[in-house]
Design a protein around this ligand. Sequence first.
Ligand SMILES: *Cc1c(COP(=O)(O)O)cnc(C)c1O
Length: 230
Amino acid sequence: MIKDNLDIAKHNIEEACKRAGRDTSEVTLIAVSKTKPVCMLQEAYDAGVREFGENKVQEIMDKYDKLPSDIHWHMIGHLQRNKVKYIIDKVEMIHSVDSLRLAETISSEAVKHGVTMKILIEVNVADEETKYGISLGEAADMVDKIMKLPGIIVKGFMTVAPNSKNSEENRKFFRDLHKIAVDIKNKNIDNKGIDVLSMGMTNDYEIAIEEGSTMVRIGTGIFGARNYSI
Ligand SMILES: *Cc1c(COP(=O)(O)O)cnc(C)c1O
């Protein structure tokens, strides 16, 4: 089942890339495995997946030792500053940096552990009260400030678009974030490396790709619906 779902997702990614005149190699598929058991992650791994997304520190810690070490773990959920130390040497990228204070903690922990952490700044594209992330208008300033910190590299932006029935409604949000990312990248030489846009989930990843996404985070579309009651 997981293998079939992966094949479908990859096919959809290819088609979306074609429509947008983009190369498939520009888009990384992250399999969002939160709440799913290790055996399902292993199944995805055996089907070739190496990029996994999780939204809880504890869950990354639990799964980390039980799965192969060549997996790239992506922290995509809200991160408390006191938990940064547990994942600083385990994750490939932190997608959910939503404050300067969190970035400062990541920076000091990275320096302490002798690593460089790649991060994305989370943007609340539709200004939803229930969502984390800074506003579009704050993005450029946040990049400037975080760029200066040691042990941390700003690779780009992440967003969780509204949960709308009609995914076309999210196109404008993806487009807005892409535009701001391009503006910031072109602003000065230090920002040259800003080239990651983590946007698009099961319901809207094809539209996100058409609008410039370079990382899609697919959970349900690969592993099936999540059950939060168990
Ligand atoms: C759960 C989650 C996803 C995956 O959502 P699906 O709709 O299941 O694809 C993507 N990004 C974030 C930040 C998530 O928390």
